[in-house]
Design a protein around this ligand. Structure first.
Ligand code: ZN
Ligand code: ZN
Length: 129
């Protein structure tokens, strides 16, 4: 599956559809406007230059958020703090909605003490994504 940022200078290719997509309202995911699918690094090919954002308000930030410097679209993040996990996340909103048909979407709420799942759906169930 192939996708790109809004201006087209950064493209993202994944070798298979994600098992599920997380929509999370935490202070990292929500401003990023991202809906994450998770992959091993070898499954993802990013072409084009990106810039990164690393939080400075955390004592031990673990993620680098990558975005297109031209249009600002968030493309992915790298979990550099845990390389042994070999896990990265791709913003699935860079792909066409039709290409994501049938994938489970999980809505996560972290406003309380725990992260809870408030709902789930499937892309293609009639709602925009
Ligand atoms: Zn762009
Ligand atoms: Zn989050």
């Amino acid at each position: 599956m192939m996708g790109s940022c809004a201006c087209g200078k950064v493209s993202v290719e994944i070798d298979e559809a994600p098992e599920y997509i997380n929509v999370c309202n935490c202070g990292f995911c929500r401003p990023a406007g991202a809906a994450w699918g998770y992959f091993r690094h070898a499954q993802v090919k990013v072409t084009g230059d990106t810039r990164t954002f690393r939080r400075s308000d955390l004592p031990n930030p673990r993620l680098d958020l990558h975005f297109c410097p031209e249009c600002g679209t968030v493309t992915h993040y790298i979990n550099f703090g845990q390389p042994e996990r070999d896990r990265m996340a791709v913003n699935t909103r860079v792909f066409l909605q039709d290409d994501l048909d049938g994938i489970e979407v999980r809505y996560l709420d972290i406003r309380g003490d725990d992260m809870i799942r408030t709902g789930e759906g499937t892309i293609g169930d009639g709602h925009s994504f």
